[in-house]
Design a protein around this ligand. Structure first.
Ligand SMILES: Cc1ncc(COP(=O)(O)O)c(C=O)c1O
Length: 399
């Protein structure tokens, strides 16, 4: 955060407090990790109780089995799963598994898709992208996806997608695109990998349940660890069997912290006692309402701004219609930075890219306060926004 990075001192419930004692309503929630809120008392008690009984055993424990069972019940496509330490790791392992299982090496991803720090074409160039051969397609473009499969089908190990583009701007997936992904992967015997690291919070069974599709592999992370570091990947039993060490030619998936007890316990407590289907629905309804409220305000003030997303996750865009694919117009970064600074100044913490992720601690009063603050931004910055509208209109005319 240039030029004055803010240093957080501590967090409590729905609030963050910085070193200078400024308090912020936290609507970023640790990039969607903290869906249970900060330091939830039920999770804290379970962690404190375990502390006297060991943090990691270097062996199996009942804690991982319990968490795995909950996840399998929520995600029936996940017949077997393995734990790791982050969403990035989960996706790296899933990519490697897809390559090993299919004996193919080509990956298809989405423009603006994000599968972790080393698996994002939008955020870094090839020097910092894990060494996989990748073709990207625009989101929600069935014809482009069909064309790629038509041309490269027999080489495609895996199509990796999010059922809502998350870091790419909370862009909602068309039903037809999700169905096409399933159909094309089945036809060409490629693996459909659905990254639910973020979207597991949008429906109790993730967005795969919402869209009624059955991926071959699923990756999970963020909220499933109750705030502790975690990742998980899993899916078809025949694919996951490649890790079965009793079989010849098995693959080893090693990692000192893969089943660390704190993450397993925090995740289990979070999913069984806090992030129940009912509370997930409530957070999503709150987010859907907020998105509508904010879009109504943008329309009322004729601002060139629009909010996209689904349920408890939403993001700000330049423009007047919700984007269907990742293609940020010029000035997006500048307007988001201005918006972000305004929100911090008024005591609301959001992700710098204009993303919000609500938690079960988020109350109506928080989001009403945020909406008021957005309206003040629209009024105070009306001149700037008017110039941006003109620039966007000129660009459209030129196009
Ligand atoms: C869809 C998606 N996949 C993967 C990741 C990476 O997860 P982690 O930050 O735990 O490595 C993220 C993180 O934002 C994500 O949104």
């Amino acid at each position: 955060m240039s030029p004055y990075p803010i240093t957080i001192d501590h967090a409590e419930g729905a609030m963050l407090v910085d070193l200078d004692g400024n308090r912020y309503v936290d609507l970023g929630n640790d990039y969607a990790v903290a869906m249970s809120g900060h330091s939830n008392a039920v999770i804290a008690d379970a962690i404190k109780a375990q502390f006297d009984h060991g943090l990691g055993f270097g062996g199996r424990s009942k804690h991982e089995t319990r968490l795995a069972e909950i996840l399998q019940a929520r995600f029936p496509s996940v017949e077997r799963l393995r734990f790791c330490n982050s969403g990035t790791e989960a996706n790296l392992y899933a990519f490697l598994l897809a390559r090993a299982a299919t004996n193919r090496s080509l990956f298809v991803m989405i423009d603006g898709g994000y599968h972790g720090g080393a698996l994002s074409k939008a955020m870094s160039d090839d020097r910092f992208f894990a060494p996989f051969d990748v073709i990207t397609v625009p989101y929600n473009d069935v014809a482009a996806l069909e064309a790629v499969f038509e041309k490269h089908g027999p080489q495609i190990a895996c199509f990796a997608m999010e059922l809502m583009l998350n870091s790419g701007g909370c862009i909602v997936c068309d039903e037809g695109f999700a169905q096409a992904a399933q159909r094309l992967c089945a036809k060409h015997e490629s693996i459909l990998l659905v990254d639910e690291v973020m979207t597991s919070r949008l429906h109790v069974g993730g967005l795969q349940a919402h869209y009624g599709i059955k991926p071959d592999l699923t990756t999970l992370g963020k909220m499933i660890g109750g705030g502790f570091t975690i990742g998980a990947f899993g899916g078809r039993a025949d694919l996951m069997r490649l890790f079965d060490q009793t079989q010849q030619g098995a693959i080893a998936h090693n990692g000192s912290f893969n089943n660390n007890v704190m993450s397993m316990i925090a995740g289990y407590v979070a999913l069984t006692q806090i992030l129940t289907a009912e509370r997930i629905d409530t957070a999503n309804a709150l987010g859907d309402g907020l998105r509508k409220q904010l879009n109504a305000l943008c329309a009322k003030h004729k601002a060139p701004l629009v909010w996209s997303g689904q349920g408890s996750v939403l993001a700000l865009h330049l423009g007047t219609t919700e984007p269907k694919r990742f293609n940020p117009p010029p000035l997006s970064a500048e307007i988001r930075a201005l918006f972000h600074a305004h929100m911090l100044d008024q005591g609301f913490w959001i992700a710098g890219r204009g993303m919000l992720a609500l938690s079960v601690e988020t109350q109506r009063a928080h989001i009403d306060g945020f909406a008021d603050c957005v309206e003040r931004f629209l009024v105070e910055q009306s001149e700037v926004l008017g110039l941006v509208s003109e620039a966007l209109a000129a660009k459209e005319v030129a196009a």
